[in-house]
Design a protein around this ligand. Structure first.
Ligand SMILES: [Zn+2]
Length: 229
């Protein structure tokens, strides 16, 4: 009796194991499990806040606002919007400090090399450099987008962002321009430099410091990014 019972028990366990193996094989065939359950970001965007540290860039005559601070505020605003859309964002700077090495004899050169190395190490799909404009004629206003000469993808990308910014502010240019800027020339990736407005225009100097206007313009850039991608 004991032997028979054990034999039956072994047979039952064997049958159950076979069932599990068959179910496992069926599931693996018809319901393949992905290697990773963490969604991979579709694209990486470098957001570069221009200037910083001893280099404040342009300055507003009425409020005294520094371009470097406004650039950082816009960069953080665009970063948040891009991350909300699921993009991976690499920032060249996250605070008011300059990117140069404090001991570097040529701070400008040191800063540019740092920007370049961050872009190169980012594995980015796109680069957006953020600046504010200034001109001797205070009547100039609106946003302007630049790309590097010969960078065809950069030109297309700049066109999408410029169109989107024009929709948000009709004082903006309708077409992008070629710009001879280090941050654009240092990479083959689709890269643009956005001048969001003129600190030399009294109305725009104040407008650019309004959170709602900043969000609106950053959202326009995001719209251009989405259209390009
Ligand atoms: Zn600038």
């Amino acid at each position: 009796m004991k032997t028979t019972f054990l034999t039956i028990k072994k047979k039952t366990i064997f049958a159950i194991l076979l069932c599990f193996l068959a179910i496992g094989a069926f599931c693996a065939t018809y319901f393949p499990i992905k290697a990773s359950t963490t969604p991979k970001p579709l694209h990486t965007i470098v957001i570069d806040a221009g200037h910083g540290g001893i280099d404040g860039g342009a300055e507003g005559k009425i409020t005294g606002v520094k371009e470097s601070d406004l650039n950082l505020a816009f960069a953080k605003c665009l970063q948040a919007q891009c991350q909300d859309m699921g993009f991976r964002v690499v920032m060249t700077r996250n605070n008011e400090n300059g990117l140069y090495s404090p001991s570097a004899p040529n701070k400008k050169k040191s800063e540019m090399e740092k920007r370049k190395s961050i872009i190169e190490g980012s594995n980015a799909d796109l680069v957006v450099s953020i600046h504010m404009n200034s001109f001797r004629l205070s009547s100039c206003k609106g946003a302007q987008v630049y790309y590097a000469k010969g960078n065809e993808l950069g030109k297309t990308f700049a066109g999408e962002v410029q169109t989107s910014l024009y929709e948000a502010n009709k004082n903006s240019k309708t077409l992008p321009s070629v710009g001879d800027f280090f941050v654009l020339n240092c990479t083959d990736k689709p890269a643009i430099l956005v001048e969001f407005g003129f600190l030399s225009n009294p109305d725009e100097e104040k407008l650019l410091q309004q959170e709602s206007y900043m969000k609106k313009l950053c959202f326009a850039v995001l719209g251009g990014i989405m259209k390009f991608l």
